[in-house]
Structures are given as C-alpha cells and as structure tokens.
Design a binder for this molecule. Structure first.
Ligand SMILES: NC(=O)c1ccc[n+]([C@@H]2O[C@H](COP(=O)([O-])OP(=O)(O)OC[C@H]3O[C@@H](n4cnc5c(N)ncnc54)[C@H](OP(=O)(O)O)[C@@H]3O)[C@@H](O)[C@H]2O)c1
Length: 276
C-alpha cells in the first residue's frame, strides 16, 4: 500500500482512510479520473454495480501497473440484485468488469427493506468471503436496526457501514452503534456533494489555515476516524483532496463544524422511505 493512513477493520484487515469515489463519472471518463487519482497517490477506489463504471475503473487499475495488492477495490451490489443467486451473478459480473479475481470490500448498497432480502444477501457476502473472493464485507445505508438484524442472524457484523455523512448530517445514532460494535464508519458525500464548500463556517476555517474548504472538510472526517471517499472528475481537485496529510484543523474548528449538524441536513435519499 502507499503511505495513506489506514483504519483497522473488525476482521483484522487495513483499509485506506482516504479513497476516491466515482459516482456519476461515466464509464468513458472513469478510466482517466481513476488514473488521475492513482497518480495522485490514492490507493482505494469506491465504485458500485449501479454506477456502471466498474470497467473504466478496472482499466485504470490495470494500466497503472500497480500490483493488485496495492489497490483497495470496493464495489456494491445493487438492490435489484439482492438475494443469493442474483447477488452471486452480480458479484461475478463486477469482478469481470473490474478485471480482478477478488474484491477488497463488497457492500450491500442499500438495505431496501421492502424487498426483505438484505439478510439473505448478507449471508451470500459471507459465503463469498469464505470462498476467498472477498477480503472484507460490509453494508451501506444501514441503520442500527438492520445492522442488529444481520449480526443476530449470522453472528458476523459488517466491517464497514458506508453512510451519508458530512457536518450538516452527522448520523450520531448510527455512529454510536458502529462504535459499540466495532464497525468502521465510511462517509459518502463527504463534501455534501459540493454544497458544504460554500458554508461560511467552513470557508472561515479554510482561510485561517490557508487551505481549501474541501481540505478542511476532509480533515474533519479524518479527525473523527471516518473513512472518506471524496469524488471529483477534475484532476486539480483530485490532487487537492489527497493533499490533506500536512495540516490539521484545531479543536475550536472541529467544534464549530460539529455544531453544523442538522436533523434535516440529509442530501441523499432516506433509506427508510426510499422507494428503490
Ligand atoms: N453508498 C451510497 O449510497 C453512496 C451515495 C453517494 C455517494 N457514494 C460514494 O461517495 C462518493 C463521494 O460522494 P459524492 O460523489 O456524492 O459527493 P462529494 O464527494 O461530497 O462531492 C463531489 C462534488 O464536489 C465537487 N468537488 C470535489 N472536490 C472538490 C474540490 N476540491 N473543490 C471544489 N469542488 C470539489 C465535485 O465536482 P467535480 O467532480 O466537478 O470536480 C462534485 O461535484 C461517491 O463518488 C460514491 O463513491 C455512495
């Protein structure tokens, strides 16, 4: 692995604390964006069956010449592929597109409770892990109830729960559950899809440190111990978002950012009411 700091997962494995997210990057552009990220030093890429860009990511990893073991690859099974047979098919397809014979992390993208299949899907992920085809298994957009259900049914809690998380939406209840059960919190939309970059509290802290608003937000995440996966399709921003290990925000800054939490600060869908 490169010199990116890592967090320790509950299965003993290490995961880079900072990775590169590729949602909304079309497959035709994913290779160039991922190549920029690998060039900048990122060694963790977060994609998904739904993003339809696993092939572009795979091409960039192959072209980088990096040993497969130096890159931490995450993808996710989409809701319509939940259930044992469909998940196994989706998994095979994702591996093929990524050009790899194993995943570092495979996530259930959403619990989609209306389908009633997330426990069966979780069991399938555990099966694939046992077969040596996935190193670590996790979930995304799960709340404490779903996390408790999969742990009760299988005795194996997820290593990671990837959730919407940024200063305006801090998910304290779900994070408390993670802390109590050894689950790593991974933050999606860590920059609030760009919306937090203009927040006056964020820009004032950025000015104080002579850093960008994005860098301040990423430091806030890292300080809390979250895994963070900012997305950018812009090479200069990709580099900027990786250049966050040479400074830190202070306690006052962290408190000011913590105080931005808001009950209605969610940007993405609510997993409990989502219709997909
Ligand atoms: N599990 C889930 O359900 C889920 C849901 C959403 C996201 N995710 C994952 O989380 C990743 C990140 O979340 P996200 O893509 O929603 O949003 P994000 O990373 O919070 O923000 C991305 C936006 O911020 C802009 N940006 C990035 N760096 C910037 C910088 N330094 N200065 C100015 N603008 C900057 C990007 O613009 P440009 O690209 O134009 O530079 C883009 O518009 C996704 O790519 C995906 O991998 C997972």
């Amino acid at each position: 692995m490169s010199n990116v700091p890592t967090v320790r997962l509950n299965d003993g494995r290490a995961m880079p604390a900072l990775g590169f997210g590729v949602w909304r990057i079309p497959d035709s552009e994913a290779e160039a964006a991922t190549a920029s990220a690998l060039e900048a030093g990122y060694r963790s890429i977060d994609t998904a069956q739904l993003y339809d860009n696993e092939a572009g990511v795979g091409r960039a990893v192959a072209a980088s010449g990096l040993p497969r073991g130096d890159v931490f690859l995450t993808t996710k099974v989409w809701n319509t592929s939940q259930g044992r047979d469909a998940t196994r098919r989706a998994f095979d397809e994702s591996l093929k597109k990524l050009g790899t014979d194993y995943l570092d992390l495979y996530l259930i993208h959403w619990p989609s409770p209306k389908r009633g299949l997330y426990v069966e899907t979780w069991k399938t992920l555990l099966e694939l892990k046992k077969e040596g085809r996935i190193r670590s298994v996790g979930v995304s957009n799960f709340g404490p109830d779903e996390l408790a259900n999969v742990a009760r049914e299988t005795g194996e809690p997820p290593a990671v729960n990837q959730i919407e998380l940024h200063p305006r939406f801090q998910q304290r209840e779900t994070r408390a559950y993670h802390e109590a059960h050894g689950i790593v919190t991974e933050a999606w939309s860590p920059l609030g899809q760009g919306q937090l970059l203009r927040d006056p509290v964020v820009t004032a802290i950025a000015e104080k440190h002579g850093r960008s608003a994005a860098q301040v937000l990423l430091r806030w995440h890292l300080r809390h111990g979250f895994v963070v996966i900012p997305k950018s399709a812009t090479p200069s921003r990709i580099r900027e978002n990786f250049d966050v290990f040479g400074f830190d925000i202070d306690d006052d800054d962290a408190r000011a950012l913590d105080a931005l939490d808001s009950a209605d600060g969610r940007i993405g869908p609510n997993p409990y009411t989502a219709t997909f």
